[in-house]
Structures are given as C-alpha cells and as structure tokens.
Design a protein around this ligand. Sequence first.
Ligand code: HEC
Length: 150
Amino acid sequence: MKLRFLAIAALALVSTLAQAQSKPEDMIRLRQGGMELLTRNLGPLNAMAKGDVPYNKEVAVQKADFVNALMVEVFAAGFGPGSDKGWQTRAKPAIWTEGDNFKAAQDKLLGVLKKVQASAGDPAALKTAMGDVGGACKGCHDNYRDSGYH
Ligand code: HEC
C-alpha cells in the first residue's frame, strides 16, 4: 500500500517535471534568467582577476561554485526541443539543427568554468582561468545568439 502510494507520487512528480520542461516559455525564461545570473556572478570574479577589487577567497569560491552549478542546470533545462519560440528570444534556430556544435560550445564554457572553480582559492590561478571565460561566451553567442529578440 505504502509502496503503491510512493509509486503514484513519483509518477505525478515525473509528469510535473516533464510538463515544466516541455513548456517553451518556461525554458526560454529559465535560460535568459540563467544567463543574467551568470553575468552577475562572474562580475566579482572578473573584478578580482583584473585587480579592480581586492581578492576575497570566500567570495571567489562561492561565486565559482555557483556559476558551475547554475550552468549545468541552464544547459540541461533551458534549451529543450520546441523552445525556439514561445517567448521573446534571441536564440537562433541553428541551436536545434546543429546539436553537436551547440553542445560543444556548452562543453567549452563548462570546461572553462570548472577551471575557474578549481583555481578560485588562488588569486594568480584565478586570474589565468578567468582569461578564458570571455572567449567561451563569445564562441557560442557569435553562432547561436541573434542581435535582437524575435
Ligand atoms: C552554449 C552557448 C552559450 C554560451 C557558452 C553562453 N551563452 Fe549567453 N546566451 C546564449 C543564447 C542562445 C542566448 C539567447 C537566449 C534567448 O534569448 O533565449 C544567450 C543570452 C545571453 C544573455 C542575455 C539574456 C537575456 O536577458 O536575454 C546574456 C547576458 C548572456 N547570454 C551572457 C553570457 C555570458 C556572460 C556567457 C559566458 C560566461 C555566456 N552567455 C555563455 C548562449 C550561450
């Protein structure tokens, strides 16, 4: 009886998640909000790398951990099938036709962010790792982000 209830609860949860994932507007808002959060949380790391603000280990480690977890989620849940439209978006349709290249651009950023995370405890290493971030953003935006919303 108890098991049966759990099975039903699990099924209900799975179908709720599936619904949330398949609603284009939710995916688009998730990815746009995610990209904004990414930018905001990279700000302090950039400022430390450039020497504009003093290095602060606690902040650096917290931000680096956060952007890593964030982008795994954004890429997993923000670009599902059908989300090329349904809300104002700058995502190019090529995302859904050039899946392998788009995935490679994601992996590039995730790899760079992993290095940032691994080096966040050391200011010199952090500075080096942050040097690769902009290129990873640009590498994807140049191919997959439109100049205006459509
Ligand atoms: C793998 C591809 C990819 C990578 C890597 C990537 N982006 Fe994006 N980004 C996009 C796409 C696609 C959009 C457009 C999303 C939309 O409008 O639906 C976008 C949109 C944005 C936006 C605008 C969000 C809004 O409010 O509309 C910002 C800001 C942004 N990205 C920042 C960044 C930064 C900073 C990085 C690197 C640290 C980065 N992105 C890396 C694909 C990427």
